[in-house]
Each structure stands twice: as C-alpha cells, then as structure tokens.
Design a protein around this ligand. Sequence first.
Ligand code: SF4
Length: 217
Amino acid sequence: MNELPSFFSILGVIFVIIIIVFGILLLITTILVYSIVKRKKILFPGATLFLLDTLYYPLKRLVVSINLDESIVDKIEIDIRNKILKDEYFSSNIKDRIVVFPYCLRSIECKAQVSPELGVNCIKCGKCKIGDFKEICDSNSIEVFIAPGGSFVKRVLKKHPKSSVLLVACHVELNEMMRILSAKEIPQYGILLRKTGCIETDVDMDLVKEMLFEVQK
Ligand code: SF4
C-alpha cells in the first residue's frame, strides 16, 4: 500500500535533482559564454564545447534574455571547433580537401542544375564569386560543392569519406555542419559568411582561398 507514494516521491526527488543540475550547468555555461564575449578568451574549450552542444536551445533563449545576440552561441562553437580541429585540417593534403559553399551564395540568376547527390552543378557563368573560385579548384583537382542544406554534407561525405572539408555558411548552418563532421571525426575548417540572408549572401573569398591552400608549417 505504501509502495506507490514512495515510488512517486523518489521520482519527484530525481526530477528536482535533474532540474537543479540542469540549472547549474546552464548558469555555468552562461557565465562561460559571457566571459568569452567580454574577455575574448576561451578558458576550457573542450568542456565549453560540450556544454554548448548539450544546452544549445535553452542557452540560446537565455542569451537573448540577457540582451546578447543568439548567434553568439553558434559563433563561439564554430570558433572553438576551428581552434581544436585546425591542426588536423591544415596538416591534410590539399588534394584531399573539398569545399562546401551554401546555396544562398549563388546569384539569383544562377542557371545551374541541381541534383540531390551533387548539389548545384556550377557552370562557372561568372554571375557570382563561386564560378571563379571553382575554376581555381578545378585546375587543382579540388572538388567544390554548393549545398542545398546543412544535411547535404552527409551525402558528400558518403562519396568522399577521406576528405578534409572547408565549410562556408551562416552561423546556424555552419555550426550544424561542423557538429556533423566532428561526430564523424572529419578534419574541417569553418568560415562564416560576411553577409547572411536567404539570397545573394557574401563571403570573403580571399579568406576562403587562403584557408584552402594553407598548410601547416
Ligand atoms: S558561377 Fe556557378 S553558382 Fe554562380 S551563378 Fe554561375 S553557375 Fe551559379
């Protein structure tokens, strides 16, 4: 007769403990994010990345409630992953690298065909920055993909499992793709768009070139 109430009271205690632990972790992560923003220094990169990944959505809400831009969560994760993974990426063979651009970087007049496996098949028409960049990559036997969405990178990796990946995207897509690649232990480097939006976005192409051909000295 007494078993049912005691079972529920144990369940209640466990629930309260989970809420308290969750609250403490959220508080610690918010303090870490705040100190990274203010001091521009990442103290515990691995632990911070784990907390940011785990508490991603509630943290974004909390960050907005303290008047910070929600993109800061993605940008910090991208920055940490770049710092942690850059040695592996820069020590990879340039010929083994592939580049993934976002769909929105194309001109709105882009006439290239799109396929689910290969993404946008750029015909180098010159109406956006990708064409000239692809020309350089073609002459160096480096593959360039234009992704219709963040999950497209999974399909690319099925065909190129041994590649290192240079990713270009907005903060949300870039963070998502970098998480996917991290889970598969793929060497990677992420570059944020300098102008975001759904159409005709922009990236510092000189930086993309630099990161594509950069090698570890
Ligand atoms: S250069 Fe390529 S991606 Fe850009 S608009 Fe032309 S075909 Fe499309």
